[in-house]
Ligand binder design. Structure first.
Ligand SMILES: NC(=O)c1ccc[n+]([C@@H]2O[C@H](COP(=O)([O-])OP(=O)(O)OC[C@H]3O[C@@H](n4cnc5c(N)ncnc54)[C@H](O)[C@@H]3O)[C@@H](O)[C@H]2O)c1
Length: 313
């Protein structure tokens, strides 16, 4: 069976492609290398895929390029391409609107043309807003432009499915971490700072709480969603919540050093508490998270240590 993964050179997308290939799927990966973080990270992610049997890569910007060749013969699309991160979404809104909404609309039109009948859409806990704690019946009240564009993309996919032969499953990911995590994400920045004896910057009071999801658990949930009931929306979370301070203390224990803390004002649009109730996904697919927070953080630290050595060499 052929699948398409958009955002294939990104953090979660590259892991997803590998897992699909491991399970015997053939995979067409799409990515436009949108430069909101350095391209070499994405090239490094792709290096795990290029040359693998069953993998084909298509460098396409979904805002403007036609994905029809990549979609040809596919049975399902995993749509992860997006510009993530809340801070920049206030100042670079056009980029978010174009990559998260317009590109999704173009992709959905492409699915229609190519006769692809199923899409799994990677969305986010940010659609819930400041308090994102609970199950999928929580009201959606995004408080950042990023969350607004992702919610709009969800709704665009549902609009396309209405009255058409298209099956949509929406997954709302909660703070995904692990090897290849984007360099703008908090845990990546904390680990980088601690490994390089630099100050760790904490925004706000540090008591913000995140429901954390290890990347292989996120990927397993995404693949499980292939067989979920069309039209459903599922939270994807790893089951262990932690405040920013808690994460810093765990990292101090794993790395074996004391963090030097620098404080900054809270970021507008930052969520206060997130924590996914994932019982619906478990009921529908049998999926459960497998990797504990300490184990997952240790693996990310190891990956960043190797990365630092490679850069220094
Ligand atoms: N990482 C998280 O914690 C997290 C949490 C919630 C939701 N998500 C969602 O998961 C998905 C993947 O996130 P990630 O952390 O792996 O991000 P990422 O930035 O590493 O990956 C996204 C990829 O999409 C590509 N892309 C963006 N716009 C594109 C376009 N117009 N055409 C082609 N490619 C384009 C980028 O070049 C990038 O490689 C996103 O949809 C994001 O909103 C991530």
């Amino acid at each position: 069976m052929k699948c398409v993964v958009t955002g294939a050179a990104g953090f979660i997308g590259s892991h997803l492609c590998e897992a699909l290939l491991d399970r015997g799927y053939s995979v067409a990966g799409i990515d436009g290398f949108i430069p909101y973080y350095p391209r070499w990270y994405k090239d490094a992610n792709l290096s795990h895929l290029l040359g693998r049997h069953g993998f084909a890569f298509h460098e396409l910007d979904l805002r403007c390029h036609d994905p029809i060749r990549a979609l040809d013969g596919a049975e399902a699309v995993f749509h992860l391409a997006a510009v993530p991160g809340l801070t920049r979404s206030w100042t670079e809104f056009d980029l978010y609107q174009d990559c998260n909404l317009t590109a999704t609309q173009r992709l959905l039109q492409g699915l229609d043309k190519a006769g692809v009948r199923r899409i799994v859409l990677g969305s986010t806990s940010s659609v819930y807003g400041r308090y994102a704690c609970g199950d999928e019946t929580l009201p959606t009240n995004p408080i950042s432009p990023y969350g607004v564009t992702k919610l709009a993309a969800e709704n665009m996919a549902r609009a396309h499915a209405d009255g058409r032969d298209l099956e949509v499953v929406v997954l709302r990911f909660f703070s995904v971490y692990g090897p290849r995590q984007r360099p703008d994400m908090a845990y990546h920045r904390f680990i980088h700072a601690m490994l390089h004896n630099q100050p760790v910057t904490i925004t706000g009071d540090g008591h913000q709480v995140r429901g954390n999801t290890y990347v292989s658990d996120c990927v397993a949930a995404t693949i499980a969603a292939l067989d979920a009931t069309p039209g459903e929306t599922f939270n994807v979370g790893g089951g262990e919540s932690a405040s920013v301070w808690d994460i810093v203390h765990r990292l101090e224990a794993i790395i074996g050093c004391k963090a030097r803390i620098e404080r900054e004002v809270a970021r507008p649009g930052d969520q206060r508490v997130t924590g996914a109730d994932t019982r619906r996904l478990t009921r529908h697919t049998g999926w459960t998270p497998q990797v504990s927070l300490d184990e997952g953080l240790s693996r990310q630290v190891e990956w960043q240590r190797t990365l630092a050595k490679r850069i220094a060499a």
